[in-house]
Ligand binder design. Structure first.
Ligand code: G6P
Length: 607
């Protein structure tokens, strides 16, 4: 994971490195560091914890120089201490690394035996020593970097700074993304386009195995075979402006409140409102009239896929399999005669999701990406894409990206239904009209905030919380539990309501609140029986339901969170709002770091 920036510039590097790192904190934030060349010598500043700590260090001990590299870390090998923070350096080389070097133990032994001294517990430090080892043998920076990179196993995106070399910066990638930003007499390296966006809009994405040798005015790219190649330059306008919180206390709160707009924007992308039809972009050969589909993602994106599984089966009658990417990629899944695959990802960079996509491609499946970040790796590698238009999501806990994913997937379900002939035009029109109501219903659902805030205060004292849901609301219950544990650190589990009696019921006592997602739909009575079972055992029920449901649970629920009455098709979008607000306010009451919860990262680019 981790964020990387490299600058071969004409202005003081340190403030620019920090500026870029601010945009990269979503990749990790447990320590950060920068290195610049001061009169040709490598000088570093590093700090454990958030970027603000590094800024303090830099204020006390500024760094001069116009050439430098920077890093924000999500620890894999070695605790998040200052000593383990990047850049890692020798007297000749400084490096920043994103990924995992799998053969670092063997390399470390070899280099130690050759007399090199290590000062961190990281896998990354071997890269600095290995390059130095080849420089000591008289190789040029380019030769030494190439020789070292050839010996690295695992996944990496790296940027290398050389002492005494004001005119060259080297980047290499394998498994982890790396982009080159082309400026005006300046060059940049970044772990994504967002990193270099404050400095340039011209971006080149390196391919697997590429090594880029940068000067201020040129980029030489060598492919995995060492052959000089050209890579396309994209104009990247996104992410230039820093995203602000506005009047909100946290990004997460702002993002929750943006949802009427972001859902509206995403739906409009796929809906012809005039004809009340779904209009999909060019599908690049993906045949929606297939026998089956697989939907893959991680975390929240996986839960969006789980909701889509119900929609696709119910609306389009297609057999659907959903899985977590990290399981799917090693399962050796088999596919029927005709199938397409869908990959759901906010960042478009999640390593496991990307590997699953490549697995499907290798097995002849067409791939469709539901992605929020344009030009991300999953976006670029998929055969076709369904963009979600949530805009930059800063809060680590995903909210508006989730409902944007649901919006795009709902449109996809309708499109598949049409392609497979399971939906009449009238049915399609009805579903499209229903979908178009989602932004208004979400805005209404946000109105429950005062009640939710009160309930959250009580919930913040719980040690364990159960979330129950049935049918399409089972994945919403899973997402509710995930949100709560991510940001409040309260243990929470989501269960299918019908599964309660097969184990989790043993957990019910007065101290374990049970949040039930239960609109008054066709399955409500079934879920009501489960609520009775909880009530009979002294459990405290927090029921998220509509007016009809509220009337039915008024005797047994300790708290009711009222959601607007809505068509079952859009209910998952609407009921996402109260579960997000409940987690948000519980975390606020607990005083946790809502936008950057401990141990997590927004985008997980390692396995
Ligand atoms: C991380 C984030 C989650 C996110 C998951 C998948 O774990 O903390 O919020 O759901 O990755 O990320 P993606 O970018 O693929 O949607």
């Amino acid at each position: 994971m981790c964020g990387i920036i490299g600058i071969l510039g004409n202005a003081p590097a340190a403030p620019r490195l920090v500026e870029a790192l601010k945009r990269l904190e979503y990749r990790g934030y447990d320590s950060a560091g920068v290195a610049t060349l001061e009169n040709g010598a490598i000088k570093r500043r590093r700090a454990a914890g958030k970027l603000a700590n590094l800024e303090r260090v830099l204020a006390e001990e500024p760094l001069a120089g116009v050439t430098g590299i920077g890093h924000t870390r999500w620890a894999t090998h070695g605790a998040p201490t200052t000593g383990n923070a990047h850049p890692h350096a020798t007297d000749k080389v400084a490096i920043v690394h994103n990924g995992i070097i799998e053969n670092f133990r063997a390399l470390r032994e070899e280099l130690k035996n050759a007399g090199r001294k290590f000062s961190s517990e990281t896998d990354s430090e071997v890269i600095a020593h290995l390059i130095t080892h080849y420089l000591d043998k008289g190789q040029s920076p380019e030769q030494a970097a190439i020789a070292a990179v050839r010996r690295l196993e695992g996944a990496f995106g790296i940027a290398v700074l050389f002492a005494g070399e004001e005119v060259v910066l080297i980047g290499a990638r394998k498994g982890s993304p790396l982009a080159v930003g082309l400026g005006d007499g300046e060059m940049f390296l970044g772990s994504d386009a967002i990193a270099v966006s404050p400095f340039t809009t011209r971006v080149m994405f390196l391919d697997e195995g590429d090594i880029a040798v940068l000067s201020r005015t040129s980029v030489k790219v060598l492919d995995a075979d060492g052959k000089q190649v050209e890579r396309k330059v994209h104009i990247f306008a996104g992410g230039v402006a820093a995203v602000e919180k506005g009047n909100h206390r946290h990004f997460m709160q702002k993002e929750i409140y943006e949802q009427p707009e972001t859902v509206g924007r995403t739906i409009t992308r796929y809906v012809n409102a005039f004809e009340e039809r779904i209009e999909m972009p060019d599908f690049g050969g993906v045949d929606l009239n297939a026998e089956s589909a697989v939907i893959i993602g991680c975390g929240t994106a996986h839960y969006a896929g789980r909701v889509a599984e119900y929609w696709l089966e119910q609306i389009a009658g297609i057999s659907v399999e959903t899985d977590i990417a990290s399981e799917f990629r090693y399962r050796k899944p088999a596919f029927g005669k005709s199938a397409f695959s869908v990959f759901v990802s906010q960042s478009g960079e999640t390593a496991d999701t990307l590997a699953a996509l490549r697995y499907c491609k290798d097995n002849g499946l067409k791939t469709l990406a539901v992605v929020n970040v344009p030009e991300s790796t999953i976006w670029r590698e998929a055969d076709a894409r369904l963009p979600t238009l949530a805009g930059p999501e800063i809060g680590v806990a995903s909210t508006k990206a989730f409902t944007a994913q649901l919006s795009a997937l709902a449109a996809l379900a309708i499109a598949v239904g049409r392609a497979r002939g399971t939906l009449s035009s009238d049915d399609e029109r009805r579903l499209v009209r229903t979908l178009m109501e989602a932004p208004r219903l979400i805005a209404e659902a946000l109105g429950a905030e005062p009640e939710i805030e009160k309930i959250a205060q009580e919930l913040s004292h719980a040690r364990d919380v159960l979330y129950l849901g049935r049918g399409v609301h089972y994945p919403i219950a899973l997402e509710g539990a995930l949100k709560l544990k991510e940001i409040s650190y309260i243990h929470a589990e989501g269960y299918a309501a019908g599964e309660l009696k097969h184990g989790p019921i043993a957990l019910i006592d007065e101290a374990t609140p049970v949040v039930v997602v239960a609109p008054h739909d066709a399955l409500f009575e079934k879920t009501l029986s489960n609520m009775q079972e909880v009530n009979a055992r002294g459990g405290k029920l927090i029921v998220i339901t509509d007016a009809a449901g509220a009337a039915a649970v008024s005797e047994i629920a300790q708290h009711i969170i009222l959601a607007p009455a809505c068509d079952p098709f859009v209910a998952p979008l609407v009921y996402s709002i109260p579960i997000q607000l409940l987690a948000y306010f519980t975390a606020v009451h607990k005083g946790t770091d809502v936008d950057q919860p401990r141990n997590l990262a927004k985008s997980v680019t390692v396995e």
